[in-house]
Design a protein around this ligand. Sequence first.
Ligand code: UDX
Length: 453
Amino acid sequence: MREGCHVIVLPFPGQGHLTPMSQFCKRLVSKGLKPTLVVVSDKPSPPYKTERDSITVVPIPNGFQEGEDPLQDLDDYMDRVETSIKNRLPELIQDMKLSGNPPRVLVYDSTMPWLLDIAHGHGLRGAAFFTQPWLVSVIYYHVLKGSFSVPSTKYGHSTLASFPSFPVLNANDLPSFLCESSSYPNILRIVVDQLSNMDRVDIVLCNTFDKLEEKLLKWVQSLWPVMNIGPTVPSMYLDKQLQEDKNYGFSLFNAKVTECVEWLNSKQPNSVVYVSFGSLVVLKEDQMMELASGLKQTGRFFLWVVRETETDKLPKNLVEEISEKGLIVSWSPQLEVLAHESIGCFLTHCGWNSTLEGLSLGVPMIGMPHWTDQPTNAKFVEDVWKVGVRVKTEADGLVRREEIVRCVAEVMEGEKGKEIRRNAEKWKVLAREAVCEGGTSDKSVDKFVSMFC
Ligand code: UDX
């Protein structure tokens, strides 16, 4: 029965979405399914198989010609992605039906809610997949319903909102587009629209786990058919007993695996600061300087991911000076790195995947959020799970070198450092329990399969 149950999974084409949704495909494979992962790509290629031939990857073009920069204009990008999917997906579903392998469900990225109509129009059920925590989705929902007034400035300190079992939020903790809506009106519309058709969706999947947002979960479950299936960290990283392919999921970047692992192998346990800001964050040149100087001043070893498009901003003289202490790479095998015993803390932008990965692998974190859901995720790290601290940003938008030094010391040294590490260990165990056999997220995946297959 499961052999014949075909599921299509369609992420938004960004690393922060491809990672969890491709990992979800792997969970479906572990339950005996053979899903199709549709990937909107700037490098179209014929379909191919992966994960011991159980996942079929179908790349479809993003509508851009070679040499065009898709990230110049987000509106244009979203339009072209939508047009491309609307042109290709119906044909793809039709071909699957004709070949005797009809899909039953479309698991689509919540940032593309119009996919629900395509699913229903072709006789498929629609499952929205959220790549952000419930708290963030609930805030967007209140904005959509007009029951949340958006503050006009990001740096206000007024008390703004409270949610079940969550500390009160001020403007600085809210998803960034709410406060910067005048700069990003279209992105605000996109993130709020994710919640626009929740009354018609067949199931809602979220990359979180029940214990993370227990009370809020009850509230969202009273509104929508919700299932938490996270963290989508491959289970082999959570439980060394488990045998699984050493596969990082679908990546847009080439990780320097051997270089990173060999370098980490030469370091003492809990000694290295790992620095990464995910796939999108762009730092200003003076921020790069502060960061490099701060890392130098800590006197610690560090592994710093600086994407190719960011390397020009590195302060060259300083980089030479710190090269004995630090390894700078364009992309790392992040899970492998976070699972390495030499890592002492993770300086992160608090993208939801990085946050969940740090939490699930028990690594103390320093949150340096930039935009979208990251400020709210940093609030979780510092004030809810208490597994790290958040940097203080100056009024000019910069995080100074002294602040980096202070935060590294706080999470890696002294009584506070010990407490943070104890909390991190606790959450690591809970994350593992959720995804291992019989855990809450594992049961959700079982339920998903039994509902549709
Ligand atoms: C984006 C948003 O910024 C984030 O806030 C939202 O929740 C999801 O989409 P991104 O900024 O790329 O994603 O960050 P994140 O969510 O952390 O995803 C990055 C992924 O790339 C992670 O799974 C991480 O493990 C991986 N990664 C990052 C690597 O494998 N190697 C690296 O060097 C850096």
